[in-house]
Ligand binder design. Structure first.
Ligand code: PEP
Ligand code: MN
Length: 370
């Protein structure tokens, strides 16, 4: 059961104290407090966990600080959207705001290879007014003999260059809690010139100990990639692991599903699920067209499949795009064949802008009609 308090309830107020006193006195019920920062207001939600069947909704609704009581029937207790009016998560990280309404593009290197390529990438992003990127330092690879990423060694120059070119958030995959420590120490040592969004890859989505560790810290938001071979419910439960440990700054990323029918694409594009995730949960939704499509092929209309897939996600309301670019794809140590080039960046950006504008117009049309 969930007790939603009046917006902006002060924890020192009499109403709050009276409410909490009553709830704390309930037998066999544990309380968990969560504060959700909405666009205009702060919402405090108190989860009542345990034998809630015997509780009377009326008793709890009449408490002075309580606005509304909801019996939670579905399993995504914290990240789930329990009623259509539940506010989406809305957080700011290093000056960039994330929620289910706005939109950000994270173009960058799948894997860091050379300082020079990182610099060209970031400089170009700055020229186009972009403040976010992706940079892989720790790469989980299918084959143990493949390049595993430069790891800690590349972090100082990646962070320094990000600061130099005004990059505020870098999506960076971590596969072990030790990586979090390395990132934290390195950012601290170089004076926090940028920020990091910790990425959990599709292969690690059910690494529950990693999720718990990332959930226990609140310094960094987490980008969680859907498991490519498990159900959506299982992937959303994985997201809930982060929230249940305390970190609700979570973005959910669709990146295609493994099936035997996906060829010639690398994975089956699942961006039709963007509105589904936004309806079921409060998480902003990201799409990764590069790892879904995995090729630069185009059809007779001249538009590469990866552009088409991006458009499919953006026109359905995606809040973030994670996409592979590389100044010299032939030099890339991971996923060069799917990386777009710097020359393609302006065309890609225009295409994304066009699609996003169309999405916003579609919302207006539907709202006017209803
Ligand atoms: C990546 O984004 O670099 C990556 C490895 O993605 P995924 O976990 O979706 O395969
Ligand atoms: Mn990759």
């Amino acid at each position: 059961m969930l007790a939603i308090l009046h917006p902006d309830t002060d924890e020192n107020s009499e109403d709050y104290k009276k409410t909490l006193h009553f709830l704390e006195g309930l037998q066999d019920i544990q309380l968990q407090n969560h504060v959700v920062h909405g666009q205009q207001q702060k919402l405090t939600e108190i989860y009542l966990v345990g034998n809630t069947a015997k509780l009377d909704i009326e008793d709890i609704s009449s408490l002075p600080a309580v606005e509304k009581v909801v019996r939670i029937s579905h399993e995504f207790r914290i990240l789930g959207k329990h009623s259509p009016e539940s506010p989406s998560l809305d957080f700011e990280y290093n000056g960039i705001r994330f929620n289910q309404e706005n939109f950000h593009l994270f173009a960058g290197l799948c894997a860091v290879d050379r300082r020079e390529n990182v610099e060209i990438m970031m400089k170009t992003l700055q020229q186009f007014g972009l403040q976010c990127t992706r940079m892989g330092a720790y790469k989980p690879r299918t084959n143990p003999y493949s390049f595993q990423g430069h790891g800690l060694e590349c972090l100082p120059y990646v962070f320094e260059l990000a600061g130099k070119y005004g990059i505020r958030v870098i999506a960076m995959e971590v596969t072990h809690e030790k990586h979090l420590e390395e990132i934290e120490n390195c950012l601290e040592a170089c004076g926090r010139p940028t920020g990091v969004m910790l990425q959990v890859g599709t292969r690690n989505i059910q690494n529950f100990e990693l999720l718990k560790n990332l959930g226990r810290q609140n310094t960094y938001p987490v980008l969680l990639k859907r498991g490519f071979g498990i159900s959506l419910t299982e992937s959303l439960n994985a997201a809930e692991y982060l929230a249940s440990e305390g970190n609700t700054r979570v973005i959910f990323c669709l990146r295609g599903m493994k099936t035997s029918f996906n060829t010639p694409h690398r994975n089956m594009v699942d961006f039709g699920h963007v509105p589904v995730i936004k309806r079921m949960t409060r998480m902003p939704v990201c799409i990764d067209p590069s790892h879904s499509v995995g090729t630069l092929e185009h059809s007779s209309d001249g538009i590469p499949d990866v552009f088409h897939a991006t458009a499919q996600g953006v026109i359905a309301g995606a809040n973030m795009v994670l996409v592979d670019f590389h100044p010299r794809p032939a030099e890339a140590l991971v996923d060069g064949p799917q990386a777009l080039t710097m020359e393609e960046l302006p065309i890609y950006l225009e295409d994304v802008e066009l699609t996003r504008e169309t999405y916003l117009k579609r919302i207006q049309r539907f709202q006017a009609a209803s």
